[in-house]
Design a protein around this ligand. Structure first.
Ligand code: IMP
Length: 429
């Protein structure tokens, strides 16, 4: 019986929400281990749509949900999300949600800095979600962050705020922003503290206990491996490690706690924000994929850039995340295409390569090498068995498996959890 890590194998938005929800029914604990409220996970349960940004998907299934130390936590966003769920009839209590005491906090000054820096970067902007994710991780690594546990010790909080503001006010002066006064930050934190502190826990030890009890743990990744700070398309990435290994570091369990790595992968490719995208289709094909696939960001509402499936990228993330099985999503969006292209390699300066080069400059210049697959007219949406799929769709899936060097464990054919074809149950490997 394995603990399962779910990670995005492209640039995020692969449909993790549905798959995590599908798996969370079999799990005892669901853990978020990186990112923050920049994520947008959509779950459709009995016709009701739930949109989560920060909370682990387990909250809607009444599973013990855990926010690990690798997450950057905006306390106001947390409270707002809990309130939104309450309106939808989902109660989140300290019995159902635990948050690591050593979680770094996102404060309003982080999102302000995120937005101001993006504005002043002009063409060099990353296209961030503006949620303050990058600046908060910078403060964590700079060893000046305010952490959740600091809210429990208001005596020491003032000193920490002063230290943080020495850094931030210097930056703000440079960017022509108004300086922040320590009292405002303190009052804000003191007000929110009683609402979030009841959820605080020693997460590493709680998870260790659950593991010893033989409970099934599901680690819920956010974003995608190509947005990883080390292994992604740097600098057009998010500020955390999004690869599967982060599940260990970001929760406080050892790497041997991870049993199975499931990569979520869309049957085509999308990306939000700036950065290289070799198979992007700035034409009718891209528009059709975007419209049929409803490709708009859950968090920012921005339209996603769309293109053909890029096997080079996924083959690489299968390796950098140690992905053992793929959950392939949105195959139905390809229904009706006469032909479908798959990128199998790149051309760079007249040379053929089978990997994504590391430098930003080279990434921007690679040209995709395509092979063409035959499309299908039949509807694959809502299929629940291989037998319901047209031969061309099966051939397409088989070809993807071959090119990325990884089997498809699950095939998702609509946002509804029941519309899933199971080849291999990740929890039973
Ligand atoms: P940040 O995470 O807000 O700093 O944004 C950095 C990059 O990651 C931008 O290109 C964002 O569009 C992208 N990004 C962040 N979160 C998500 C997500 O959940 N899905 C897809 N892209 C994301």
């Amino acid at each position: 019986m394995a603990n399962v890590v779910v990670v995005g194998s492209q640039w995020g938005d692969e449909g993790k929400g549905k798959i995590v929800d599908w798996l969370s029914e079999q799990a005892d604990v669901v853990v978020r281990f990186q990112g923050g409220h920049n994520a947008g996970h959509t779950l459709v349960i009995d016709g009701t749509t739930y949109k989560l940004s920060l909370l682990p998907s387990g909250v809607v299934r009444n599973k013990l949900s855990v926010i690990g130390n690798g997450v950057v936590l905006d306390p106001k966003a947390l409270v707002a999300e809990i309130d939104r769920l309450k309106e939808q009839g989902i109660k989140v209590t300290p019995d159902s949600l635990r948050i690591a005491e050593n979680c770094t906090l996102i404060l309003p000054l982080h999102s302000e800095l995120d937005v101001a820096r993006e504005r002043s970067s002009g063409k060099g902007a990353i296209g961030t979600t503006g949620r303050g994710i990058g600046p908060a991780y910078e403060d964590k690594v700079g060893r000046r962050a305010i952490r959740l546990m600091d809210l429990a010790d208001l005596q020491v909080l003032n000193g920490k705020i002063e230290r943080l503001l020495t850094h931030h006010n210097a930056l703000r002066r440079g960017l022509g922003m108004e300086e922040i006064n320590a009292r405002t930050v303190y009052d804000d934190l003191a007000e929110i503290a009683p609402k979030v502190l009841p959820f605080m826990d020693s997460v590493w030890s709680l998870l260790d206990e659950k593991r010893r009890e033989g409970k099934r743990i599901l680690f819920e990744g956010a974003q995608g491996a190509l947005l990883d700070i080390d292994h992604g398309t740097y600098p057009y990435v998010t500020s955390s490690n999004t690869v599967a290994a982060q599940a260990a570091t970001g929760s406080g369990l050892g790497p041997n706690a991870i049993g199975y790595v499931l990569g979520i992968c869309k049957a085509y490719t999308t990306r939000v924000g700036q950065g290289p995208f070799p198979t992007e289709q700035l034409n009718e094909i891209g528009k059709t994929l975007g419209t049929k696939g409803k490709e708009f960001g859950v968090v920012t509402g921005r339209p996603r850039r769309c293109g053909w499936f890029d096997a080079v990228l996924v083959r690489q993330t299968v390796r950098t995340s140690g992905i053992q099985g793929i959950a392939l999503t949105k195959l139905d969006i390809l229904d009706g295409f006469e032909e479908i292209k798959i990128c199998t390699g790149y051309k760079l300066d007249g040379r053929e390569i089978d990997y994504l080069p590391a430098s930003e400059h080279s990434q921007a210049r690679v040209e995709p090498i395509y092979e063409t697959a035959e499309g299908w007219d039949e509807v694959t949406a809502k299929a629940r068995s291989w037998a319901e799929l047209p031969a061309q769709a099966i051939k397409y899936v088989r070809r993807i498996e071959e090119l990325i060097g990884c089997p498809v464990a699950l095939l998702s054919t609509s946002p509804e959890r029941e519309d899933t074809i199971l080849m291999q149950n990740p929890f039973e490997t």
